[in-house]
Design a protein around this ligand. Structure first.
Ligand code: NZQ
Ligand code: ZN
Length: 388
């Protein structure tokens, strides 16, 4: 495996009753002026907003609010949050929502401590110089943003969606109560499963040798996601399915299963280009792209795909070549997406071939993407074209 340094400072509170017992003390350890960041209103409809505001009020905390964070959060919203932090001398940002809200809060936290425009950090023109402390209350199992330092912001003016982060943007604490995901709609539950699965795949396909534990940990997370998705879709208040998916989403992207390996991440880069132009849900875009990326790259290491077939999908390998097993694995992945009702083609979002060249060139704007297989502009174009 590759040499690595690992540190993840986020305090995780998992399960029922944790917000009631520990939110106030976590907040008060930092300060009494808190910016609440949330989305389009799901937390008001579910009652979570009232619960949190009540707890903070009782603790003597003064709250400010930034609401209306968009799915695929926008830079303009980040700027509004930075302004509030500076004007109101905010001590702590508390993000309540899904990955978009958490990512927006991370950008605000960095922006409040950055002299220029925080977009510099995402556009690779500057480095974070610090961040306000950040806490999260997660309401959607998908991104892993609750326990990682990354975030993705869309600059709608330039049609760019870019990832960024810093050692300062790990949440100080995150509350993950599966009951807060009961109200997640069917489509978002599906997209969330596709996203966490994609994070596993991004780690699984790498070029580092001698990584058996990483391989089996990732396989375990993939299997667990597949085993629990349908239950959460069919019965949104199935506590055990919701808690298991929530734990899978955290584990898929908090660094625990990917130490000592360098994942691929080309599919994420490609999906971000689709979202940057068409504003589609991240998990939906990944479900479309991944099987086509797999078809395109399987020759690099068919044995890796064969492991997916045997260890995850339980395929009997007797008498089959790695190439045959690779095709079976990819078919199984496609089948899973189909069964849970994930989108299959770009046409499902009414996306045609008009912007393929633009998306392909933008995806490689910083150079070739991917580690399992390096992709240039033509490769990205071919994968997008196959996904139409
Ligand atoms: O805005 P509200 O009203 O809260 O509604 C949201 C939103 O419409 C709704 N929702 C969330 N929790 C809910 C709920 N509705 C009812 N009940 C609840 N409990 O779901 C919709 C989608 O929310 P969003 O936060 O956009 O979804 P997700 O968590 O999938 O986040 C997607 C964003 O995260 C980025 C993606 O690119 C995308 O911008 N990513 C962040 C990563 C990270 N920070 O590590 C990694 C990922 O690969 C990903 O790129
Ligand atoms: Zn993702």
């Amino acid at each position: 495996m590759d040499a690595f340094r690992f540190q993840n400072p986020t305090a995780l509170y998992y399960g029922k009753g944790q917000i009631e017992s520990h939110l106030a003390s976590e907040v008060l350890q930092v300060g009494k002026r808190v910016l609440l960041v949330y989305g389009g209103g799901s937390i008001k409809r579910s009652g979570l907003y009232d619960k949190v505001v009540g707890i903070l009020k009782d603790a003597g905390v003064t709250t400010f609010e930034l609401s209306g964070v968009e799915p695929n959060p926008r830079l303009t919203t980040v700027h509004k949050g930075v302004d509030i932090c500076r004007t109101e001398n905010v001590d702590l940002i508390l993000a309540i929502g899904g990955g978009s809200v958490l990512d927006c809060a991370k950008a605000i936290a960095m922006g409040a401590k950055y002299e220029g425009d925080v977009w510099d950090i995402y556009a690779r023109k500057g480095k974070a110089t610090g961040a306000l402390p950040l806490g999260t209350i997660l309401t959607l199992a998908a991104t892993g943003s609750e326990m990682n330092a990354g975030g993705v912001i869309t600059n709608w003016e330039t049609k760019e969606k870019l990832g960024g982060g810093s050692p300062y943007t790990y949440p100080r604490f995150s509350f993950c109560d599966p009951e807060n995901t009961y109200t997640v709609p069917r489509d978002q539950t599906i997209y969330g499963a596709c996203d966490m699965l994609a994070h596993c795949f991004e780690h699984y396909f790498h070029r580092t040798e001698h990584t058996p534990l990483q391989q089996h940990l990732i396989e375990a997370v993939i299997k667990t996601i597949i085993e629990n998705t349908k239950a959460a879709i069919d019965n949104p208040t199935d506590y055990h399915a919701r808690e298991t998916l929530m734990y899978c989403s955290t584990m898929a992207l908090n660094g625990m299963i990917s130490m000592g390996i360098q994942g691929d991440w080309a599919c994420h880069a490609i999906e971000h280009e689709i979202s940057a132009i068409y504003d589609i849900p991240h998990g939906g875009g990944l479900a479309i792209i991944f099987p086509h990326w797999m078809d395109y790259t399987k020759q690099v290491n068919p044995a890796r795909f064969a492991s997916l077939a045997t260890n995850v999908f339980g395929v009997n390998s007797e008498g089959k070549s790695d190439g045959e097993l690779a095709d079976i694995a990819i078919a199984k992945v496609r089948n899973y997406y189909r069964e849970i009702g994930a989108p299959q083609r770009l046409a499902d979002y009414d996306i045609g071939d008009e912007q393929l060249t633009t998306m392909a060139s933008q995806a490689v704007r910083f150079g070739e993407i991917g580690n399992f297989k390096k992709l240039n502009k033509d490769d990205v174009y071919n994968i997008l074209k196959a996904s139409l």
